[in-house]
Design a protein. Structure first.
Length: 263
């Protein structure tokens, strides 16, 4: 892993991170990204505008290999970690934990990372990939690392409640609208997952169908969506090269997506 701090350019750093006020991350595949403008928009919404030249000087550091870079604001400093990306996860296993919500700032990525790590350590079942965050009515809101969506026939169902504005879920939502697919907010309970496809979504693994949902001693196996391959290939086909000087900025994204209470 390579670590930098912004000083008008990216300067290598050895210091460990302090508390993260805001963070964002995405898969960077051989110099290609999917939705980078949306990630920068989400970051700057909480962290403020990026310095001039930040994005143009970022791109050359991310040209080779499968990477999972993270930018962060910590104690007034802009940080960059260039991390290797794991292979995309084709399916996901989740733990449903009816435990107290660990989030303090659910609509900001970064401040709750330590709480999420402790939450997973305490509640996550062996053999599962992540742990669901459950609302006070027992409905699934998101996981500690990604968004959730469920299909009811031809209707795309997103959680009712407050959750991190997910770039990948927004992309799925926008495509559904373009295709004329109905989108509804619902309380997503574990029981319907026995009959309805459930998807895990984030920018590292893309759209990953949930193969198992561990609910106490019961393991729910959601069915496959009949058009999953088409959705998966569409998302992975959205990667493109962003070159220095291309004019990419946080204003490249539509801002209306960031109200997570939207239906």
């Amino acid at each position: 892993m390579r670590r930098y701090v912004w000083r008008g350019d990216f300067v290598p750093r050895d210091l460990s991170d302090g508390p993260l006020d805001v963070a964002d991350s995405w898969r960077h595949s051989s110099g290609r990204t999917n939705g980078l403008g949306l990630h920068l928009a989400r970051f700057t919404r909480s962290a403020g505008p990026l310095p001039e030249g930040f994005v143009d000087k970022l791109m050359p550091l991310l040209q080779e290999g499968e990477l999972f870079p993270r930018i962060a604001l910590s104690q007034g400093q802009l940080l960059l970690d260039v991390r290797p990306a794991p292979s995309p996860r084709p399916t996901t296993a989740l733990t449903y934990a009816p435990a107290p919500d660990p989030r303090t700032q659910p609509e900001v990525k970064g401040p709750d990372f330590a709480a999420f790590s402790a939450y997973r350590s305490r509640y996550q079942a062996d053999g599962t990939d992540d742990t669901v965050i459950v609302g006070r009515h027992g409905a699934m809101l998101e996981t500690t690392t990604g968004a959730l969506a469920m299909w009811d026939g031809d209707t795309l169902c997103v959680p009712d409640g407050v959750w991190l504005p997910s770039v990948t879920l927004h992309q799925v939502f926008a495509r559904a609208q373009r295709l004329g697919i109905r989108v509804e907010r619902r309380r997503l309970k574990p029981e319907p997952a026995t009959e309805h496809p459930l998807w895990f979504l984030n920018s590292l693994h893309g759209i990953s169908p949930v193969r198992e949902l561990h609910v106490g001693d019961t393991v729910v196996a959601p069915p496959a969506h009949p058009c999953f391959d088409e959705w998966r290939d569409w998302w992975w086909g959205g990667f493109a090269v962003e070159l220095p000087g291309s004019g990419l900025s946080c204003t490249a994204a539509t801002t209306s997506v960031w109200t997570s209470r939207q239906s």
